[in-house]
Design a protein around this ligand. Structure first.
Ligand SMILES: Nc1ncnc2c1ncn2[C@@H]1O[C@H](COP(=O)(O)OP(=O)(O)OP(=O)(O)O)[C@@H](O)[C@H]1O
Ligand code: SF4
Ligand SMILES: [Mg+2]
Length: 338
């Protein structure tokens, strides 16, 4: 973490609504998927913010929208204090060089007909970095940084294991010397033993180059290993945000409490008091999310007001934010323990 307090990435009230096909062109009330519905995230330089939540809650869309890879319906994204929406196309190109992404499925995200040299040198060509004669040397350097032998250069993605393919994706992402990388479930597709190696590599690269990460995952244990701060997402909104320590030791939102109750905690004292909270019911559709608190259909302690009043994400104690009417009052321990 750096001493600088200004965020490198500042996302304010981000919205991404995908209109469903066949919904017509005029008037209000058209159906859309509210994939991201008012998300704010600030990430300081050198820091990792984890973004966690169940499948379909809008994690990838958030990451992609920050990089302008998904269409933004509302809100703003700033890089180093500059609103990306106001940039000229030249300035946007330069900003893009500073922001990269590593995808969940290294196989799908690497062109099977391209060699490793072509894949890793592509961002250098696109952003016109290094003289053409120097690019091969740079690719060799990048392969060494991610722990791949120089003999990989002329080989194709299918010739590598899952972990090695993810190393190729990481080499491609760091080729432009970015400041910020969205890591979209970078280890979810890998065996557990390989996951640890890739996470170690990502931490080493972060230390070496002062990288800033948005680390997306559905696995709370993995997010906990990687993040300084964690945001918990539910149906397009952030329901809790806190430092890793605060979130894992005393989650404030009933949804976080339920998620965490399934994850063993390394501290034996906290682990001894852990209670399993079983969530019932399906995640509602983001096309028609429940009114009031989105979580009220599954919340074990929902009140009548939860069905009508949207809880704001508010600071419930020092640096801990939760979007729950009850957070900071009766909440603090898992529901079954109260
Ligand atoms: N291009 C699109 N058009 C329409 N709907 C989309 C599009 N992309 C995503 N969605 C929808 O937006 C919602 C959020 O999807 P997203 O991929 O961001 O979730 P996620 O949290 O990353 O899920 P997962 O853990 O499965 O990767 C889902 O309901 C998804 O179906
Ligand atoms: S606002 Fe109500 S429904 Fe939502 S999490 Fe809090 S108690 Fe549960
Ligand atoms: Mg995703």
């Amino acid at each position: 973490m750096s001493g600088s307090t200004a965020p490198l990435i500042d996302v304010q009230d981000l919205r991404v609504h995908f209109r469903l096909p066949g919904q017509g062109w005029f008037g209000r009330g058209k159906l859309s998927v509210r994939a991201v519905d008012g998300v704010s995230i600030a990430i300081r330089r050198g820091q990792t913010v984890g973004l966690v939540g169940e499948s379909g809650c809008g994690k990838s869309t958030t990451g992609r929208a920050i990089l302008r890879l998904a269409p933004i319906t509302g809100g703003r994204v700033s890089l180093d204090g500059t609103d990306l929406a106001g940039l000229s196309s030249d300035a946007m190109r330069r900003a893009r060089r500073r922001m990269q992404i590593v995808f969940q499925d290294p196989f799908a995200s690497l062109n099977p007909r391209h060699t490793v040299e072509q894949i890793v040198s592509e961002p250098l060509r696109v952003h016109d970095l290094r003289r053409p004669a120097e690019r091969l040397g740079r690719v060799r350097e990048l392969l060494e940084l991610v722990g791949l032998p120089a003999s990989s250069l002329g080989r194709y993605p299918h010739e590598f294991s899952g972990g090695q393919r993810q190393r190729i994706g990481i080499a491609r992402a760091i080729a432009t010397e970015p400041d910020f990388i969205v890591l979209d479930e970078p280890v979810s597709a890998l065996d557990v033993s390989i996951q640890a190696q890739i996470l170690r590599l990502l931490l080493d690269l972060q230390m070496q180059f002062g990288l800033t990460y948005l680390f997306i995952a559905h696995d709370l244990a993995v997010v906990g290993q990687m993040s300084d701060e964690v945001c918990v997402m539910y149906l397009g909104r952030i329901v809790e945000r806190a430092s890793r320590e605060a979130l894992y030791s005393s989650p404030q939102h009933p949804y976080t409490q339920a998620l965490l109750s399934a994850v063993p905690y390394p501290d034996p004292v906290i682990e001894a008091t852990r209670r399993r909270v079983i969530l019932t019911g399906e995640v509602p559709s983001p096309v028609a999310p429940p009114p009031g608190c989105h979580f009220h259909t599954r919340c074990p302690i929902a009140l009548d007001r939860c069905r009508v009043e949207v809880p704001a994400l508010r600071e419930v104690s020092d640096g801990r934010f939760a979007a729950c009417h009850l957070a900071g009052s009766v909440l603090g321990a898992p529901a079954e323990a109260r």
